[in-house]
Design a protein around this ligand. Structure first.
Ligand SMILES: NC(=O)c1ccc[n+]([C@@H]2O[C@H](COP(=O)([O-])OP(=O)(O)OC[C@H]3O[C@@H](n4cnc5c(N)ncnc54)[C@H](O)[C@@H]3O)[C@@H](O)[C@H]2O)c1
Ligand SMILES: O=C(O)CCC(=O)CC(=O)O
Length: 355
């Protein structure tokens, strides 16, 4: 016996088409699903990219819904679903970051419409059965196999124009998925390997992208990292870090990837005493003495925001954020103590480097 404990591992993965220029295969992938009327999804800012997809689809394109928004407000999800029904769509192609993939998932949740995701950030949503919806300032998340995209097209050319500032925080979002996988109650040795390699691959792309944001090899590595990290999150139960970020994003409107980037070193510092092996793996993947300090330095070195107060958090909201983060029970390696979580938030608010 190798000493490996018993475990159960189940992960569903979409078909993946990977490569520079892979976007050109979108019509082929729609045909492979047996679909012929496609609703293309994008954010307003990526409408031109949505139009490019529609042009590639030719007669298969039934319409473009370019209103994806962060945290998927229910009103937007309902409008997109109505558009899909009105157009008789039998497939959705979501091109963009996690917000657009999330909109595709929201439609799929209610209609079982197959989704093709074409990610342009490193959020990793395309690899998970997790979805989120925000209603009246409250974000709920869930899991459903119907929302997992049927196909993912990873084309490094599509993220070549992602501003470096967004690249860094999106990479930190990816790393957060893997980091929490390493101490999840349902982690296992396979998840550990995926997570450690996901962190290493994602972090190692950043210096190359700072040097040349259009480096397609580095963009490809960052997408592989996002894929690995997203796969980890798709197969484990997330803890304090993700719960805090969903509260800060859903209730206080803070930008998703930036919140992840600021909070991650502090959430790991909170959990470090209860998860020493996970910290060792994260530090090893980063090549740094400690996990929390290493991640703080990674963010600082690449110009990411370091303090919640610099991304829109107001000091009087810290108490409520702490209350909300511990309100519902969820698994976390270190028990949730409201005052300690409040202290964590204070450190993150000020942007202090964790010990
Ligand atoms: N369900 C999951 O598994 C999961 C995982 C991670 C994130 N998410 C969700 O995804 C959302 C955040 O996703 P995100 O961080 O990718 O942000 P996003 O999708 O909102 O993108 C941020 C901004 O960058 C723009 N953008 C995206 N790609 C670009 C590119 N290549 N070039 C230029 N601009 C580009 C977008 O149009 C948008 O304006 C949140 O709602 C979060 O909850 C879900
Ligand atoms: O899709 C969602 O909104 C919930 C999952 C999520 O956002 C993961 C993350 O925090 O990056």
């Amino acid at each position: 016996m190798s000493g490996v404990r018993d475990f159960v591992f189940q992960v569903a993965m979409p078909r993946v088409v990977f490569g520079a220029g892979a976007l050109q295969h979108v019509a082929r992938e729609v045909d492979a699903l047996g679909a012929s009327r496609v609703l293309v999804l994008s954010t307003p800012g990526q409408r031109a990219l949505g139009e490019r997809v529609a042009a590639l689809l030719g007669g298969r394109a039934a319409g473009l819904f370019a209103r994806a928004e962060m945290h998927v407000p229910v009103e937007v999800a309902n409008a997109a679903r109505e558009a899909a029904l009105a157009l008789g769509a039998d497939c959705a192609v979501a091109i963009g970051g996690g917000s657009t993939t999330g909109l595709g998932k929201a439609i799929a949740l209610q209609t079982a419409l197959p989704v093709i995701a074409i990610p342009t950030t490193y959020a990793g949503s395309e690899m998970t059965t997790m979805y989120g919806l925000t209603d009246a300032g409250s974000k709920t998340t869930g899991r459903d196999p119907r929302v997992l995209p049927r196909c993912v097209i990873y084309d490094p050319e599509l993220s070549a124009g992602l501003p470096f500032a967004t690249t860094v925080v999106s990479a930190m979002n990816a790393i957060a998925h893997a980091a929490e996988g390493l101490y999840a109650p349902d982690a296992n040795p396979v998840v550990d390997l995926l997570a450690e390699e996901g962190i290493r691959t994602t972090a190692s792309a950043l210096p190359r992208l700072r040097h040349d944001a259009r480096d397609l090899d580095a963009r490809g590595d960052a997408l592989i990292g996002a894929w690995l990290c997203g796969t980890v999150m798709g197969s484990i139960t997330v803890g304090l870090h993700h719960k805090l970020c969903h509260t800060l994003g859903g209730t206080f409107g803070l930008p998703h990837a930036e919140v992840h980037s600021v909070v991650l070193p502090h959430a790991l510092a909170y959990n470090a005493p209860a998860a020493p092996q996970a910290m060792t793996r994260i530090a090893r993947a980063l090549g740094t003495p400690t996990a929390p300090g290493g991640l703080f330095d990674l963010a600082a070195r690449h110009g990411a925001p370091l303090a919640l107060k610099s991304i829109g958090m107001q000091a009087p909201d810290l108490d409520r954020a702490a209350d909300l983060a511990v309100k519902m029970p969820y698994p976390n390696p270190r028990p949730l103590e409201r005052d300690k979580v409040r202290e964590l938030l204070e450190f993150a608010f000020e942007g202090r480097r964790p010990e």
